[in-house]
Design a protein around this ligand. Structure first.
Ligand code: PGA
Length: 246
C-alpha cells in the first residue's frame, strides 16, 4: 500500500510583507534536497512574489482560502484558478479561524475543495474540536462529522491533505498529549476515503515538540502557524520531519 507523503506546511495567516520573502529564501536555501514536501502559505498579496522567489527550489506555495466558484461577482474573494495562476500548488481550506471568523460550514469547505481540485490544487482541509467539545467528550464525534462533511467526492492522496488542528491548541502554546493526537489521527485514518491521504497535526508545533509529534504513527507532518514565519524556527521542524523517516 502506498505510504502517505510527509509534509511540513507553513501557514503565515495574516502576517507578511515584502520583507518576509527573505525568510522564505532562507528556508529554501537550508533545504535544497529535502526528504519531505515543504510548503509556505502566505497571505494572498505575497503569493505571486513568494512563488517567484521560490521557483526552482524545493519549497512550494499555497493559498489560505478560495471561493467555491471559478469566477464571478464576488468582491474581495479569490478563485482557486487565481491561486494556481499565482504559482500555488496547495490551498488551505476550512481553517478554524475561517470557520469562526467567516462562519464557514463543512459543506462550504467541501465545495471549496471541489473548486480547488478543479483548478489542479491540492486541498489542505482543516478540522478540529474546540475545548468545550473536548471537555464534553465529543472530540471524535466532532472531527468525524467534519471529516465526512468537508471532503468532496473524488478526494484522494493526490489532491487532498487533512490537518487535524484542535482549536484550543492553535496559537496557545498548548498541545494535546501525544496519546490524544494518536487517538484522533488513528480515528481519522480509519475514516479516510483513501488511506494514503496525508494526515497533518497542527496547533503550537515548534522546534521543541516536533520530533515527539512526528514519532506518532499516523502523523504525516504538520501545519505550522507562528513557528513558520521565520526560517530559523521552521527549518528545525522540517528537519525533525526528515529525521522521523530514518
Ligand atoms: P500555530 O497555528 O502553529 O500558530 O498554533 C497553527 C495553525 O493555525 O495552522
Amino acid at each position: 500500500m502506498p505510504q502517505p507523503r510527509k509534509i511540513a506546511a507553513g501557514n503565515w495567516k495574516m502576517h507578511g510583507l515584502g520583507e518576509s520573502l527573505s525568510e522564505a529564501r532562507a528556508l529554501a536555501a537550508a533545504h535544497t534536497a529535502p526528504g519531505v514536501d515543504i510548503l509556505l502559505c502566505p497571505p494572498a498579496t505575497l503569493l505571486s512574489r513568494l512563488s517567484e522567489a521560490l521557483a526552482g527550489s524545493a519549497v512550494a506555495t499555497g493559498g489560505q482560502d478560495c471561493h467555491t466558484a471559478a469566477k464571478g461577482a464576488h468582491t474581495g474573494d479569490i478563485a482557486a484558478a487565481m491561486l494556481a495562476d499565482a504559482g500555488a500548488r496547495y490551498v488551505i481550506l476550512g481553517h478554524s479561524e475561517r470557520r469562526a471568523d467567516h462562519g464557514e460550514t463543512s459543506a462550504q469547505v467541501a465545495a471549496k475543495a471541489q473548486a480547488a481540485h478543479a483548478a489542479g490544487l491540492i486541498a489542505i482541509i482543516c478540522l478540529g474540536e474546540t475545548l468545550s467539545e473536548r471537555d464534553a467528550g465529543q472530540t471524535l464525534e466532532v472531527v468525524g462529522a467534519q471529516l465526512s462533511q468537508s471532503l468532496p467526492g473524488g478526494a484522494d492522496a493526490a489532491n487532498t491533505v487533512i490537518a487535524y488542528e484542535p482549536v484550543w491548541a492553535i496559537g496557545t502554546g498548548h498541545t494535546p498529549g501525544l496519546e490524544q493526537i494518536a487517538e484522533v489521527h488513528g480515528f481519522l485514518r480509519a475514516g479516510l476515503p483513501d488511506p494514503a491521504i496525508p494526515l497533518l497535526y497542527g496547533g503550537s508545533v515548534n522546534a521543541g515538540n516536533a520530533a515527539a509529534i512526528f514519532a506518532i504513527s499516523d502523523v504525516d507532518g504538520a501545519l505550522v502557524g507562528g513557528a513558520s514565519l521565520k526560517a530559523a524556527d521552521f527549518s528545525p521542524v522540517v528537519t525533525a520531519l526528515e529525521k522521523s523517516l530514518r
